[in-house]
Design a protein around this ligand. Structure first.
Ligand code: FAD
Length: 391
């Protein structure tokens, strides 16, 4: 494996690497070919406590920071796995932790920490609104006696991941119509949805076959009733709560891209050192060396921004700019590394048994989800450079 500077997270790295080593390339390749879910891998990570890293100790987790959590995700991807199967839990429970009531935290967090419940899903995106989230049409209307003891949900979501491998989902829905709010970001709320119960009473799940082995779905809600106590925080403030969680999500995904990036560099440097064409290793040609070196430089730079985002997040400071920039840099760097890796494997890059094409597909997603590169550029232009709003 590529030598990188050792950091203060070496113990975590070694422990996660040891666990990941029990799930070699063949395991992930087979799951990918079957379009399966890495159940045994996710169970092992849960049992070892890694997916409860961000849950405070009083609720049964290990109370670590975002920096440590990001190292866990990075190591999973660096080992050849795909954190996309389980990263939802890391940032979803942060939303619950920051904005849930004491009763909600006591109910959910210990069961999530022990692995009894999975909170892997977050339902935000809708087919007709896309990135323009404030225009979401899914409605939650409070009904019942007095102040109302339940919400009735109607609407549709798309690209909602891990629904079939999660017990709970955090759902964003409009509680006040857009036309009736002063600010478009108001009037949306978030709810805990018991997924198995919902499937029996008003929620239809339609899987979306896709390029990556990423379990993701269309959801249809028809008069789904959920108890009013499943509302997280204040009604109407859900968009703000979701945004808080997105900084953690972006930083964690940056770390996953960095893990992917190192994986590509590991594989391609080894391959080009060994593959002999025209009587010498192909890695002796500068035309081969330079794209690999360039990608490596970009991964290292992205890594610094990732840790800066983590530092600010863990110090409870504003980190939107750093989280977005880390995600941008890391997704770009891993994609450059993926391109160099597949290119210099020649035809073999396309053979399943080298795993390069699988990781190539997996890392490509992060240019688009959970936020597209253009939307990050637009955030930087508007919020950091003070340029006029374009939408
Ligand atoms: C495999 C997968 C898993 C996902 N999992 C989840 C999930 O679990 N939960 C969830 O809520 N969502 C999920 N998503 C949705 C994901 O967050 C969105 O696909 C992503 O945010 C882009 O939104 P969109 O697809 O609606 O693209 P659109 O908003 O339609 O945009 C399409 C493209 O147009 C460009 N664009 C749009 N607006 C602008 C603009 N103003 N300026 C410049 N360029 C612009 C961007 O390049 C963008 O890529 C997932 C998506 C995928 C593919």
């Amino acid at each position: 494996m590529l030598k990188t500077t050792t950091d203060k997270y070496q113990d975590i790295r070694d422990a996660v690497r040891a666990l990941c080593a029990e799930f070699p390339d063949e395991y992930h390749r087979k799951i990918d070919a079957e379009r399966g879910y890495p159940e045994a891998f996710v169970d092992a990570l849960t049992k070892a406590g890694w997916l409860a890293a961000l849950i405070p100790q009083e609720y049964g987790g290990s109370g670590l920071g975002l920096a440590e959590a990001s190292v866990i995700m990075e190591e999973i991807n660096r080992s050849g796995g795909n954190s996309g199967a389980c990263h939802g839990q890391m940032y979803n429970m942060g939303t619950l932790l920051r904005h849930g009531s004491t009763a909600q935290k006591e109910l959910y967090l210990p069961k999530i920490a022990s692995g009894e419940w999975r909170l892997q899903s977050m339902g935000v995106t809708e087919p007709s609104t896309g990135t323009d989230t404030t225009k979401i049409k899914t409605r939650a209307v409070r009904k019942g006696d007095g102040k109302g003891d339940r919400y009735v949900i109607n609407g549709q979501k798309v690209w909602i991941s891990r629904v079939q491998h999660s017990d709970w989902m955090i759902l964003l829905a409009r509680t006040t119509p857009l036309a009736e709010v002063k600010k478009k970001t108001e009037g949306m709320s978030i709810f805990m949805v018991d997924l198995r119960q919902a499937e029996r009473s008003g929620m239809t799940v339609r899987p979306i076959p896709n390029m990556v082995n990423h379990e993701t779905n269309e959801l249809f809600f028809e008069n789904l009733e959920i108890p009013a106590e499943n509302l997280i925080g204040q009604e109407g403030q859900g968009f703000r709560y979701i945004l808080d969680g997105l900084n953690a999500e972006r930083t964690l995904i940056a770390a996953e891209c960095i893990g992917d990036g190192y994986w590509f560099i590991d594989r391609v440097t080894k391959y080009v050192s060994e593959r002999v064409v025209f009587g010498r290793p192909i890695g002796q040609n500068q035309g081969v060396q330079f794209p690999i070196a360039e990608a490596y430089i970009e991964i290292e730079a992205a890594n610094l921004m990732r840790f800066e985002a983590c530092r600010l997040f863990d110090a409870s400071q504003t980190c939107g700019a750093q989280a977005n920039m880390a995600k941008y840099l890391a997704a770009k760097a891993s994609w450059e590394a993926a391109n160099a890796c597949i290119q210099f494997h020649g035809g073999f890059g396309f053979a399943n048994e080298y795993d390069v094409e699988r990781k190539f597909r997996e890392t490509r997603l992060y240019q688009v989800a959970p936020i597209s590169t253009n939307l990050i550029l637009s955030y930087v232009a508007e919020h950091l450079l003070g340029l006029p709003r374009s939408f």
